[in-house]
Design a protein around this ligand. Structure first.
Ligand code: GDG
Length: 479
């Protein structure tokens, strides 16, 4: 249900993210509506927003004229429109063709363009101004991700009364890489506008603290930065997670169990089903993993009666050139592998360039005997955790890149170096051959981990740390 909202909002909690957590849909009667986008972030933040009667500021998608704030499914949403040029230069350009590859170990070559940087600053300023407008006196603002790293400092300047948290969903690179950025100092100073800067991993927080000390020259001690004006900024790790209980329940529902049986049948009832689920992104290592799988077949360890690979490649950033090239490369490889190893009606790789509802994803996870997650670098990787959450029978193998944040917690996965093709082949084979006892032992341990560290725990822990800094901050403001 969509209701328009009163114009003079003053929210105690404001979430600022590049995208609103809703997608535009056309209803059967032709009218326009909204659907909550699938994804952990909404699930995590929704209860926090509801408890605080908070609002979410973000881009609604498309290049529309200005839209009024509205309420959808109890979420108060404040849309911020983007022009075509802003989408090209802030989102596709500086965010996804400069920062994204730079922060992911140069998995592609970052492009540095001064016009993109200008637009990045302009868009960040608009987000900051909007947050300044809707946040109540003394309120809290939680800013998300690499598209908005300048918002904390811009917002602090406009509204020094606010408590500001920032969370980075992607890796924060070591100095050697970060220093390439012509605007490195401005980004660090942008982030330092926050009271609390959260990262996926402790190593990322340390990279940040070290850079602040070296590049900006502030004093630091452990996870604290001391600013000349007496303010302190805390930089620490909050590994994100998933709605483990919700997914576990979903994976056991009759319809998902039935759908999972149908999928196996449709695949020709192979002994083992391998699965990859990723946005079609060069950081995810899709190409190398499919090659590894094909080589295991070529080496004669199994054939398409024994094992097939289902690769879901979710369309992503399709306007960015590197993504177009990657798609062509992967699709050519899939064609070649199926040509070499498939039989009539039995391809080796079932390749799907599409996105699916949550139920279908759960059915796929339930079907997969071996889940293959091999990014070259990934902040966390929720897919790995979702797979574990959907293995209600304590079976199934996870092959996981050491370079995904999730590898810090999911120690019982078959950990691989995605640059090492032979190592990946061996891991695929080991996972394929593993005995039930071994699978059970590993999966039980991983399931325990994700039950204890679910997304609600993540959000609580960030919010309570933010409340602590806020308390400390208040004290320093008192006469
Ligand atoms: C960034 C960081 C970090 C995907 N396809 C469909 C679908 N999905 C859902 C998955 C999962 C999410 O999207 C993807 O999250 P990942 O963590 O795997 O990767 P990124 O998109 O790169 O996310 C990452 C994350 O932010 C959170 O901080 O973990 O490191 O790169 O939840 O299930 N969901 C549905 N249909 C699809 O077709 N319903």
């Amino acid at each position: 249900m969509v209701k328009s909202m009163k114009a003079d909002l003053h929210a105690d909690l404001v979430v600022v993210a590049n995208r609103l957590p809703v997608d535009r849909v056309t209803n059967p009667d032709g009218s326009q509506g909204w659907r909550t986008s699938p994804g952990g972030l909404v699930t995590a933040i929704e209860p926090v927003l509801n408890d605080n009667d908070g609002v979410w500021i973000g881009w609604p998608g498309g290049t529309d004229e200005a839209m009024e704030p509205f309420t959808d499914n109890g979420l108060h949403l404040v849309p911020l429109s983007m022009s075509e040029q802003e989408i090209e230069e802030h989102y596709e350009g500086f965010s996804n063709a400069t920062l994204w590859p730079l922060y992911h170990d140069l998995a592609a070559r970052p492009e540095f363009h001064r016009e993109w940087w200008d637009t990045y600053q302009r868009v960040n300023r608009r987000f900051a101004e909007k947050a300044a407008e809707v946040a109540a006196e003394g309120g809290t603002v939680w800013v998300h991700d690499y598209q908005l790293q300048l918002v904390p400092a811009m917002l602090r300047e406009l509204r020094p009364d606010l408590t500001i948290g920032f969370y980075l969903h992607i890796p924060f690179p070591p100095g050697e890489l970060f220093q390439q950025l012509p605007w490195r100092r401005q980004i660090l100073e942008g982030l330092l506008g926050a009271d609390l800067v959260g990262f996926q991993l402790a190593g990322a927080a340390q990279n940040f603290i070290r850079l602040v000390r070296q590049r900006v020259g502030h004093k630091t001690h452990r996870d604290l930065v001391y600013l000349p004006d007496g303010r302190t900024v805390r930089a620490t790790a909050f590994p994100i997670s998933i709605d483990a209980r919700g997914l576990d329940e979903l994976s056991r529902t009759e319809s998902v169990v039935k759908r999972s049986e149908e999928i196996r049948e449709a695949l020709g009832n192979p002994r083992k089903v391998f699965l990859g689920v990723d946005r079609l992104d060069y950081t995810k290592g899709i190409y190398a993993r499919l090659r590894a799988f094909a080589e295991v077949i070529a080496d004669g360890h199994f054939d398409v009666d024994d094992a097939v690979f289902v690769q879901v490649a979710v369309p992503s950033r399709e306007q960015v050139e590197t993504y177009k090239v990657l798609r062509d490369e992967i699709e050519r490889l899939v064609g070649r592998i199926n040509g070499d190893h498939g039989k009539l009606g039995q391809p080796a790789i079932h390749y799907l360039h599409s996105s699916y509802p949550r139920e279908e994803m759960a059915a796929l996870y339930r079907t997969a005997d071996v889940m293959v997650v091999t990014p070259y670098r990934d902040g966390m990787n929720l897919v790995a955790k979702e797979y574990v959450a959907c293995r209600a029978n304590d079976d199934g193998a996870l092959v996981l890149s050491e370079f995904a944040g999730a590898a810090d917690e999911l120690r019982q996965a078959w950990l691989v170096n995605p640059y090492d093709l032979n190592g990946m082949k061996q891991a695929l084979l080991d996972a394929y051959r593993a005995e039930d006892r071994e699978l059970g032992r590993r999966m039980r341990a991983m399931r325990k981990t994700i039950r204890q560290h679910d997304v609600a725990a993540w959000a609580d822990s960030f919010m309570s740390s933010l409340a602590e800094v806020r308390g400390a901050h208040r004290k320093t403001l008192q006469p």
